[in-house]
Write a protein that binds this ligand. Sequence first.
Ligand code: ADP
Length: 318
Amino acid sequence: MIQIRNLVKKYGNHTAVDDISLDIEPGQVYGFLGPNGAGKSTTMNIITGYLAATSGEIKINGYDIYKEPEKAKTCIGYLPEIPPLYLDMTVYEYLKFVAELKGFEKAKIDNEVKRVMELTNITDVSERIINNLSKGYRQRVGFAQAIVSSPPIVILDEPTVGLDPNQIRETRDLIKSLGDSHTVILSSHILSEISETCSHVFIINKGKIIANDTIDNLSNYFNSHQVLEITAKGDKLRCKEIVEAIENVNSVSVDLGDEDGTVKITVDAVDNADVREDVSLALSAEKISIFEMKEDTKSLEDVFLQLTGKEEQDDSNI
Ligand code: ADP
């Protein structure tokens, strides 16, 4: 549905989007997740034809965004981070205007405006001037303009920024319901938003895609290697030596424990290995008592921090 190949965007010397390639298939809700400044808005602005790329190729439903921009753009409804609203129009007038701009058949415009107002739950404010609406209602008007004429793809840039918790809940529900009939791409720097509303995630950091997978696979992948936290009574160096010598142990770190004479051992196993038994047998064979052993499972939040943090470290090594 959308193919992006080797997309690059430079602002002067600064590379905001750094060789991104990805595919969007129909019928899913995709999330662009990344810290502020990662390049999410820039990528979305390029996909929607609002911004020119420095290099790369984008095809929307087979149409090249540069060679056939009109055809490509009719496939997309876009809600930028700041909704493009005309504040002195009423909600109805504005949506009618959007429908006209999108070339909607005149006789059908009234029905279409009513349809999108109902879907986004704004029928009760249709005669209100947009300037007098709350931020939550304005955001819904922004959603409504994006789905006028039922584009197959709807792109939403940070759609819940600045909303209160109730409005955030409503907006997330709206995104999920849009996903039933549209391919949706949304960006966010909030992990819970992406994991709650999306089936597939692209994690973007410093202009690069650093993860591209389903939400489920991503958390399973990072939980596929065991991490053990052990409190034991023994010598720090000796504990490290013993555990390091165990088969399937990837890495070991040992710190002094909270109680006198105890140590905290963190064991990273190789993928899909369970080293609990070997570790406990090896330590007790050396008369080192284990006070506690627990398996640390990584949340998606840890995954995100690990991935984006890793990039920071990589940079500092350059
Ligand atoms: P995100 O949406 O992930 O917060 P952006 O796409 O807005 O990130 O920005 C990516 C990078 O590009 C940031 O470092 C930002 O400062 C820079 N940037 C964005 N727009 C411009 C611009 N018009 N001129 C110069 N730099 C820009």
